[in-house]
Design a protein around this ligand. Structure first.
Ligand SMILES: [Zn+2]
Length: 280
């Protein structure tokens, strides 16, 4: 997961900006009257997220008892996400906040949407709250949809609130088959508590990151196969090991828990790969 800076736009001002062009006066008045409800919901969300307690926020079907879920969803889709809508500049600012345009949830695929961390169907007061909007790829967005945590240990990672990039937690191992298969897994540091460990495992499992990274690794191996053989012809398995470690260290500087970093460390660590596994 890639850590992102929290968006700085206030939920109340974003909501107000989104509803400026509502033409039906009755609807506009009802929406404007729940602005404080939106502000309070954003504050509750921020406090809960800081303490991994988002699961304690109760789902709702109305906002302030007067605005329906469908009306709030329309504020997001018609007045924020739509091109040319008054809230679109805020949408774009959040969309482009991911480094290199990569989805912060999987760290691999490109950003194509904004994910409502708490889904808009259950949490209509948070539909345009910037802290609840995370740039994401469509696969991660869909994978998250069906999942609602019931306690802290089930809460998926939140790029604005969680930072696990100070630790090495992604690891890989080479499976001895031809062509070689690389299996990825969470290798939690000893100082992580049980809740964080469970959350990272949940994040990894729900988003299918093991399979995603294994497929990417298989493609990477195919791309370097000829170079591996050249290296072996020149300097044998020792040169392969040195080159794999050199790549791992370079990748680690760019992204400590990127799949390439884990892949190249695993290849360098595998005596089988450096001696016979490369001949696939
Ligand atoms: Zn993703």
């Amino acid at each position: 997961m890639i850590k992102l800076e929290k968006p700085t736009q206030e939920a109340g001002s974003v909501f107000s900006a989104c509803i400026t062009r509502v033409r039906i006066e009755e609807l506009k008045t009802r929406l404007a009257n729940v602005t404080q409800v939106v502000v309070d919901a954003a504050n509750e969300y921020d406090t809960a997220a800081e303490h991994t307690r988002l699961h304690e926020i109760a789902p709702e079907i109305m906002v302030g008892g007067t605005v329906t879920r469908a009306e709030m969803e329309a504020v997001y889709t018609q007045r924020m996400a739509k091109i040319g809508a008054p809230g679109r500049p805020i949408y774009d600012a959040i969309f482009t906040s991911a480094p290199q345009g990569k989805c912060p949830l999987c760290g691999q695929r490109v950003v194509t949407t904004l994910d409502h961390h708490l889904p808009k169907a259950q949490y209509p007061a948070l539909v345009v709250t910037p802290l609840n909007l995370v740039p994401s790829c469509s696969d991660c967005n869909k994978a998250k949809l069906a999942f609602l945590p019931t306690d802290s240990s089930e809460e998926m990672l939140h790029p604005y609130y969680d930072n696990i990039e100070e630790d090495n937690w992604l690891a890989a191992e080479v499976v001895h088959v031809q062509p070689p298969v690389v299996r990825f897994f969470v290798n939690a540091p000893a100082h992580w508590g049980s809740v964080l460990k469970a959350r990272v495992e949940k994040h990894f499992h729900i988003l299918g990151l093991g399979k995603l990274y294994s497929l990417e690794a298989a493609d990477e191996l195919l791309n370097i196969r000829h170079q591996l053989r050249d290296l072996h012809a020149t300097g044998g398995s020792n040169l392969i090991r040195t080159e794999m470690r050199r790549r791992a260290e370079s990748c680690e500087r760019a992204r400590r828990n990127g799949w390439r970093t884990a892949l190249y460390h695993a290849l360098a660590d595998s005596h089988w790969f450096c001696t016979s596994g490369i001949f696939f």
